[in-house]
Design a protein around this ligand. Structure first.
Ligand SMILES: NC(=O)c1ccc[n+]([C@@H]2O[C@H](COP(=O)([O-])OP(=O)(O)OC[C@H]3O[C@@H](n4cnc5c(N)ncnc54)[C@H](O)[C@@H]3O)[C@@H](O)[C@H]2O)c1
Length: 274
């Protein structure tokens, strides 16, 4: 069979054969929403997170036999290798990976950045995705192909005053392009989803603590609103499906139009108010 035909049907064939998608940060808002959506789509899901209590709560809420959970600190390569080895031992076929684990950051002056905290953000947001791509990606390649989705941010595409977080997301976007180029011939597509301000529990907490200004965010988006978790999950579902069979190396913003209009206020919003 030519690569052309194989690549166009690979995800539905693997899903029907019971293959799984690994999701990191699956006990969190966006990761959890994506894991639930992939289960609803018919995938088996390996839900991983550093927080085993939240992961157990997630499993209790979901109650699905196709869900496997594993505690995983993505910043520890040895842990990532161990989870990958245990999946291999259990003969779980892996067709997809969602790199969703991430640490958010509060705004603060560059000179006041704590170096340890900054390095931890890099270890989780960037090197964690690198390790998972290497270990789980190897299983996807060995299985004949699949799809990898990196959760970046609008920070990937626009500089915001999040001094450690922002650069990690730019680097993750580069990793997407790089691995899409390298893995394409092995039947693996790699893409990023770049969420805008998304109503996850952690963002709700930051809003409640006065660390994010909802009115300003709503005003900055073309659609006048924030993003819901399900709206990120539906794009992940698409990228994990054969509907996206020729989509690779892309970054898809899901931001209610924030990238399109966030700077329009400089013009007095003449067009938007008319
Ligand atoms: N919420 C937003 O507005 C928003 C916007 C853009 C991008 N994102 C990105 O989406 C992803 C999820 O964000 P969220 O808002 O759902 O946050 P969240 O805190 O609810 O989810 C993140 C999850 O990652 C887990 N995690 C943290 N460190 C880990 C580690 N070392 N190993 C494994 N898991 C770890 C946490 O326990 C948590 O469950 C992040 O990558 C974030 O940068 C979020």
């Amino acid at each position: 069979m030519s690569n052309f035909k194989r690549d166009r049907h690979i995800m539905s064939q693997k899903r029907e054969a019971g293959a799984a998608v690994v999701v990191t940060g699956a006990a969190g808002g966006i990761g959890g929403g994506i894991a639930k959506r992939l289960l609803a789509d018919g995938w088996s899901v390996v839900a991983t997170d550093i927080d085993s209590d939240k992961l157990a709560q997630f499993a209790a809420e979901v109650q699905d036999k196709r869900l496997i959970t594993a505690r995983l600190d993505v910043a520890r390569s040895e842990d990532v290798r161990a989870v990958a080895a245990s999946l291999q031992e259990r003969e779980v076929s892996i067709a997809g990976l969602v790199n969703g684990a991430g640490l958010l950051q509060d705004v603060g002056p560059f000179m006041a950045m704590d170096e340890t905290a900054q390095r931890r953000i890099w270890d989780v947001n960037y090197f964690g995705a690198v390790a998972c791509t290497r270990e789980f990606g190897a299983l996807i390649i060995a299985g004949g192909g699949g799809s990898i989705v990196n959760i970046t941010s609008i920070n990937e595409l626009r500089v915001l005053p999040l001094h450690a977080y922002g650069p990690t997301k730019v680097a993750l976007g580069s990793l997407t392009t790089l691995t899409a180029g390298e893995f394409g011939a092995a039947g693996v597509r790699v893409n990023s989803i770049a969420p805008g301000f998304t109503l996850t529990p952690i963002l709700r907490d930051k809003i409640a603590a006065g660390k994010r200004d909802v009115g300003a965010i709503e005003h900055a988006t073309a659609m006048g609103r924030l993003v819901e978790i399900e709206e990120i999950a539906s794009v992940a579902s698409f990228l994990m499906s054969d509907d996206a069979s020729a989509v690779s190396g892309s970054s898809i913003p899901v931001d209610a139009g924030w990238l399109a209009t966030s700077y329009w206020m400089n013009f007095g919003d003449l067009l938007r108010s008319s």
